[in-house]
Design a protein around this ligand. Structure first.
Ligand SMILES: *[C@@H]1O[C@H](CO)[C@@H](O)[C@H](O)[C@H]1NC(C)=O
Ligand SMILES: *[C@@H]1O[C@H](CO)[C@@H](O)[C@H](O)[C@H]1NC(C)=O
Length: 382
């Protein structure tokens, strides 16, 4: 079942909103709002695509959530690490609790680390869950929680860690329906999603840079994928020495359209929720920051950072027209009906240098932050 992402209201962001002392989102639908500019690009976009904000700063999420504007939230290794290093009491409480929990669960109780890796891993997961649980208090929807990025090529261990994450949420009285397990879009990660979805655990396949990853995710029954059109564009720009592309020819946009069309043509329920945006025409062109967003208007859902939401709210509605539509996109899909097995997948994967480079980069970056997080935890254990 699809969770009801409340469309980002428009009223909030339709006003030139550099401060957020704006009317609440919720009453807008029931109020005749003559004073509000109801004709921004953001209003128009929100009619076509469910929008969600990209932030997991507790205060920022609270601010938008109070206005009824966001339903979901996400965590990732970087955000967990930031939480661990943040002096703010709310975060240091989460950290202390994660350490206590680990000491109790793995015995000992003293400050030494008899099984350093196991303890650090547990503390890391518990911290992510604690952060997720706080976010869930602020939002009505789901929170994504990432499986240890170092397990991206190990299906069984990813499944084990995901099950443990779910059970830690359950210990806190949080149902698995409110959690999405985030897995990197490797073959192994996608197969972990397949096992988890069969157990009723919903997954968000992230770091998607290639149609191949999207197709495999849909075939595995993944609940949601997060393709990154902006980073795909980065690769093509640097590969081809280009300053930019017309939005309709932006390789990142074309890839996401291809994924979406394939899902709709073959009846896959997987939600296509792009995140990571760049100016297709190059940063120098005015208004280009939202090029990719506008070129994908109509896709199922989008994660958009606050500055781009504001940019949309200041543009005229006429900037938005439907570019992705389940019916027409399905009709335009050129893909045959096919089923990927591991061997075929890996053969094709080798022919996708953009996918390989960007996926490796994404995984490496999160591995580095995981190392940083380990250091913070070690300090805390001692
Ligand atoms: C899924 O993961 C992506 C990438 O990390 C994130 O931007 C998005 O908000 C997540 N979706 C949900 C519904 O949590
Ligand atoms: C993963 O787990 C399955 C089921 O328990 C088992 O059959 C398989 O051998 C395991 N794979 C690896 C690589 O350990």
């Amino acid at each position: 079942m699809r969770f009801p992402l409340i469309a980002l209201s428009t009223a909030l962001l339709a006003t030139p909103a550099h401060s957020f002392t704006l009317p609440s989102c919720t009453p807008i639908t029931s109020t005749t709002s003559t004073t509000l500019n109801m004709a921004s690009a953001l209003d128009e976009l929100a009619k076509l695509t469910t929008l969600s904000i990209d932030s997991s700063d507790l205060d920022e999420v609270a601010k938008f959530a109070k206005l009824g504007c966001i339903t979901d939230a996400t965590t990732n290794p970087l955000l967990v690490t930031q939480a661990a290093s943040n002096g703010d009491e709310r975060y240091s409480k989460m950290l202390k609790d994660a350490i206590m929990y680990t000491k109790e669960a793995l015995g000992g109780g003293d400050s030494s680390l008899p099984e350093p890796e196991a303890e650090l891993n547990l503390a890391m997961d518990k911290l992510a869950v604690n952060l997720g649980a706080q976010l869930l208090k602020l939002i009505p929807g789901k929170v994504s929680t990432e499986v240890d990025i170092r397990l991206s090529y190990d299906t069984n261990s990813s499944v084990d860690r995901a099950r443990r994450i779910i059970s830690m949420y359950e210990e806190m009285g949080i149902d698995k329906d409110r959690v999405l397990i985030k897995l990197a879009g490797t073959w192994e990660g996608i197969q972990a999603a397949k096992i988890l979805e069969e157990e009723g655990v919903h997954c968000n396949i992230t770091l998607v840079f290639s149609f191949l990853q999207a197709a495999a995710s849909a075939q595995a029954g993944a609940y949601l994928i997060s393709p990154f059109p902006g980073r795909i564009l980065d690769w093509f720009k640097s590969q081809n020495g280009k300053e930019g592309y017309p939005p309709q020819a932006d390789p990142g946009v074309l890839d996401v359209q291809r994924m979406y069309s394939y899902f709709r043509k073959y009846g896959y329920k997987t939600i296509c929720m792009p995140a990571s945006w760049r100016p297709s025409r190059g940063a120098a062109v005015e208004g280009s920051a939202v090029d990719e967003i506008l070129a994908l208007a109509g896709v199922d859902e989008m994660t958009i950072p606050p500055p781009l939401l504001l940019a949309l709210s200041e543009m005229d509605a006429s900037a938005v027209s439907e570019q992705c539509n389940a019916k027409t996109s399905a009709a335009m899909c050129r893909e045959p009906d096919f089923v990927l097995d591991e061997q075929t997948y890996k053969q094709y994967w080798e022919t996708d240098p953009c996918g390989i480079e960007k996926l490796n980069q994404g995984i490496d970056a999160f591995k580095q932050t995981t190392e940083d997080l380990k250091q913070v935890l070690i300090q805390e254990f001692n």
